[in-house]
Design a protein around this ligand. Structure first.
Ligand code: AMP
Ligand code: ZN
Length: 471
């Protein structure tokens, strides 16, 4: 499988350190508010990546953090803790907010068929591990204490900007937002590993440390949680593109300095979901959630299809019109699948040819847009329905669009609707008309048609026989 690696700026053949286990880390949500559908685009694409790896036969161990402390309003370590902001907004405690929005996040993931990671770890559960890394960095001379905080010293690195093929403007957004200069920093890009002093003294959660009572910086959380559960040889690290700088850049700086060797081989970044006014973001306050889509009558599966129809390394523009198009596409797809009959044997040769197209699309840097067209290829293929259904079931292990389940539901609905509108008297009249036509008694056939019409019944002659419906 070829994947674009942000660290090398190239598409590379994905080769895990060990075929026994792909070690995958994904930055989790900051649980001070609902996840918006932009965040969820990133989690959908990461879900597809994990499922693709499993589909290709790799066992995967996937770890995700829950950021429940230390993520300040600006990614450049200034401003108030986002969790505290959430707690104040809702007049609740930080831990109440964390629990509520963590549950809401996984409920949204469930609706979008995003699998739960194997390990989910809140940052507040790993404080001793973070302290140990910070101590190690101080011992090795990669960190310093200033003004009560511990900082990472970026001047000690040969290379700090590892993802510098990204648009500098894009990279700078998180840093610029509400930036205030921190005079403790020796270098512009130095970042906080441990806070004991911040302008916001009302920080709710604090822990004892060798440097005083305080709390961890945001970046150390992901390094610490990843090292704890996946060790020092990570295969693949994922996140949204806004995480590339400074978050992931800082994760690499501190993890590799602590370990003394290369840490992670592949970096997978999902580009943004934008609206016509720019990036969808929680801090702007106005954003769309899965629940809101549902309230408006949208099936979350249509949103998942909308995301899959575009490549993860392109910005995706959300508009209601675009989502409506995805709804139409999804409904048509399901109706076509519902019309398939599961009879006959699977033609293994035809199945393999269809599967090859699907696999090739995923192998080409997770091209889900082409993988979705492979679904349409199945429906158009010159093979029996059993083979088509087998291929669709197989593909849906990765796509997770409920293809067969939704089709079965539709079939059931169609049967129920037909039963609800059954009427033996009308059936008898329709049969009598068919007989009259067969006997070339067209006058009688027309009379029956007119009678039915007067009773509000429309006759439809199809190759499968005559059907009727109430108009
Ligand atoms: P947060 O909860 O803010 O820490 O973000 C959770 C994930 O969503 C991170 O991986 C972000 O990079 C990603 N993300 C944030 N905004 C967007 C967006 N508009 N489109 C796609 N991903 C995003
Ligand atoms: Zn992270």
């Amino acid at each position: 499988m070829y994947l674009y690696n942000s660290a090398t700026h190239k598409k590379e053949l994905f080769t895990p350190n060990s075929p026994e286990m792909v070690k995958m880390y994904t930055c989790g949500p900051t649980v001070y508010h609902f996840a918006h559908i932009g965040n969820l685009r990133t989690y959908i694409m990461e879900d597809v990546l994990e499922k693709t790896l499993r589909y290709m036969g790799y066992p995967v161990k996937r770890v995700m953090n829950i950021t429940d402390v230390g993520h300040l309003a600006s990614d450049a370590d200034t401003g108030e803790d986002k969790m505290l902001k959430g707690a104040k907004r809702e007049n609740k405690s930080v831990m109440e907010i964390a629990q509520y929005y963590t549950d809401a996040f996984f409920a949204d993931c469930d609706k979008l068929n995003i699998k739960k990671p194997d390990v989910i770890e809140p940052a507040t559960g790993c404080i001793p591990e973070f302290i140990q890394i910070v101590e190690g960095l101080l011992e090795k001379g990669f960190a310093y204490v200033a003004g009560g905080n511990v900082y990472f010293d970026t001047s000690k690195l040969e290379r700090y900007y590892v993802f510098n093929d990204h648009d500098e403007e894009d990279l700078a957004i998180g840093v610029r937002e509400g930036v205030e200069e921190d005079t403790n920093k020796r270098n512009k890009n130095d970042f906080v590993l441990w806070f004991t002093k911040s302008k916001f003294e009302d920080q709710a959660l604090k822990w004892d440390s060798p440097w005083g009572v305080g709390y961890p910086g945001w970046h150390i959380e992901c390094s610490g949680i990843s090292l704890k559960h996946l060790g020092g040889d990570l295969d693949i690290h994922c996140g949204g593109i806004d995480n590339a700088f400074p978050h992931h850049t800082n994760e690499i700086a501190q993890s590799e300095s602590y370990l003394g060797h290369k840490w992670c081989n592949y970096w997978f970044h999902v580009h943004h979901l934008n609206t016509d006014t720019g990036k969808m973001s929680k801090s702007k306050g106005e954003f769309l959630t899965v629940s809101l889509l549902e309230q408006k009558g949208y099936d979350p599966m249509a949103y998942r299809l909308f995301c899959l129809q575009s490549h993860y390394r392109r910005n995706l523009v959300f508009s209601w019109e675009n989502l409506d198009n995805a709804v139409v596409a999804y409904d048509k797809l399901i109706a076509k699948i519902a019309a398939l009959q599961n009879t006959g044997d699977v033609d293994m040769e035809a199945f393999q040819a269809l599967k090859d197209r699907f696999v090739n699309a995923l192998n080409a840097d997770l091209n889900t847009a082409v993988a979705v067209t492979a679904v349409y290829d199945v429906l158009k293929a010159k093979t029996n329905d059993a083979t088509k259904l087998a291929a669709l079931k197989d593909f849906d292990q990765v796509l997770s669009l409920n293809l067969l389940e939704a089709a079965q539901k539709l079939q059931k609905k169609q049967v129920e609707e037909a039963a609800a509108s059954a009427d033996p008297e009308i059936d008898a009249l329709v049969a009598a008309r068919t007989e009259a036509k067969k006997a070339k008694n067209f006058a009688e056939a027309d009379r029956i048609r007119d009678e039915l019409k007067a009773r509000g019944i429309e006759i439809i002659d199809t190759p499968q026989g005559t059907k009727w419906r109430k108009v």
